[in-house]
Design a protein around this ligand. Structure first.
Ligand code: ADP
Length: 240
């Protein structure tokens, strides 16, 4: 099987500081992969490079068979790469439905945008995240969990092949975490998902493969049991 996303020898230097140092990572189609590591390990920087926000100093990114190293952010979206942020990037003054519609338009080239009249993708995306009943609410009035789900619906409307989620259950209640877990499992049936998440209970329930990043390098990779049994992982987290 060929990987949907392949990162090879990825290095990112900010001045004299090396945030990523020769990272190799391969994610297969329809994987639900977790990325963990202590603060400053380089997780966000890795997502930033894959989504075209940060240009690597060296190394390559291949996505869906093409070299996407240094791709502009809007081109990454059009190529089928979507991401969420720790603080949901939604427009408070717009309705839930309009947020989704707007996000979907980001994926379209301008000439297609002018001709687009079909809003069928809006209820479809809201249905998937369980928010069909909130379509006409202003996003500013949503709960924290609902904002995170709206952001995921906005990405789903862009029909991504790869979704990168940055701490999707941070600040959520137990019930919201449960619902988010079901949602990720459902999304991973037809979309590749890479999740940065620390919540151990969430990892226990949903992680199949875990990649551990530390000081800009891949420390180890495997099932949750395998990486938890690795002494180096314990040392990194205990700061010894
Ligand atoms: P993580 O997401 O694992 O916490 P980050 O990728 O955010 O780690 O950061 C990795 C390291 O790179 C941190 O030490 C951070 O301070 C540094 N870093 C991130 N972005 C920049 C930047 N734009 N300029 C300088 N240093 C940065």
């Amino acid at each position: 099987m060929t990987a949907l996303l392949t990162v090879s020898g990825l290095t990112v230097a900010f001045g004299s500081f090396t945030a990523l140092d020769g990272v190799d990572l391969a994610v297969e189609e329809r994987e639900l992969r977790f990325l963990i590591g202590p603060n400053g390990a380089g997780k966000t920087t890795l997502i930033d490079v894959v989504t075209g926000r940060t240009r690597p100093t060296s190394g390559t990114v291949r996505f869906a068979g093409a070299d996407t190293t240094g791709l502009a952010e809007h081109r990454a979206v059009r190529a089928g790469i979507g991401r969420t942020f720790q603080t949901a990037a939604v427009f408070d003054a717009l309705t839930v439905a309009d947020n989704v519609d707007l996000a979907a338009s980001f994926r379209l080239a301008p000439h297609r945008l002018l001709r687009r009249r079909d809003r069928a993708h809006v209820p479809e995306a809201l249905e998937r995240v369980g928010m069909a009943g909130l379509a006409e609410r202003k996003a500013g009035g949503l709960s924290h969990g609902q904002r995170q789900w709206l952001e995921i619906a906005m990405l789903l409307a862009q029909r991504p092949r790869l979704l990168l989620l940055d701490e999707p259950v941070a600040g959520m209640s137990a019930a919201e975490r449960e619902r988010t877990g079901e949602l990720l499992e459902e999304i991973a049936r037809d979309t590749t998902v890479l999740v940065v998440e620390h919540d151990m209970e969430f990892l226990r329930r949903h992680a199949r493969t875990v990649t551990v990043l530390h000081e800009g390098r891949v420390l180890t990779e495997g099932t949750l049991e395998e990486v938890r049994a690795d002494e180096r992982v314990a040392e990194v987290y205990l700061g010894r």
